[in-house]
Design a protein around this ligand. Sequence first.
Ligand code: SF4
Length: 214
Amino acid sequence: MDKLTADKIIEILSEKFPDPRPELHYKTPYELLVAVILSAQCTDRRVNMVTAELFKEYSTPEKMLTLTKEQLGEKIHSCGFFNSKAEHILSASKDIVSRFGGKVPSTTEELKTLAGVGQKTANVVYAVAFGGDAIAVDTHVFRVSNRTGIAKGKTPAEVEKGLNAVLDKNAWSKAHHYLIFHGRYTCKAQKPRCAECEIAAYCEYFNKNRPISD
Ligand code: SF4
């Protein structure tokens, strides 16, 4: 997609979502990191319910490390994949304490060195907690980018590269939220709501699939 069209889509979505923020609740970069790890294959609503309890007592890596994997697994059970999520949270906490003095590192490169932290999680924490420029490609961003044609790719890394190329750097972190919200509420996975979509005129999928009129 050309830059002008991509910018137009982002402009329309910025009017639709004037104050985009993550729906995950957190007070510190560490809480955000834990919430993002828990959010894999789980709704933000469920994560918020779990962390509301968890963070009452375990809101720092030091406090989290007082739990065994089994104890933490019990507390986060309803988020799904609780064994691997507990393992990742404890390993990342250990790394934060031993290598970063108890503070979540503030660059994507350092974040990615934490156990259980991949490109997507690193980009979310970098952009949201530290105000960095990054587009985390989750399932919604991946789908909406491919359908609209803003950035096409077979992997999240390819889509991220395409988005970075077509959008201005200072739009990256907001674009991440716009595409998530648009995917969550309008451009849904199973049944995109094209009839009520504000960016339909610029969308490759819509223009390829709409019925031909006289
Ligand atoms: S027109 Fe349809 S496919 Fe395109 S972005 Fe909108 S909802 Fe998604």
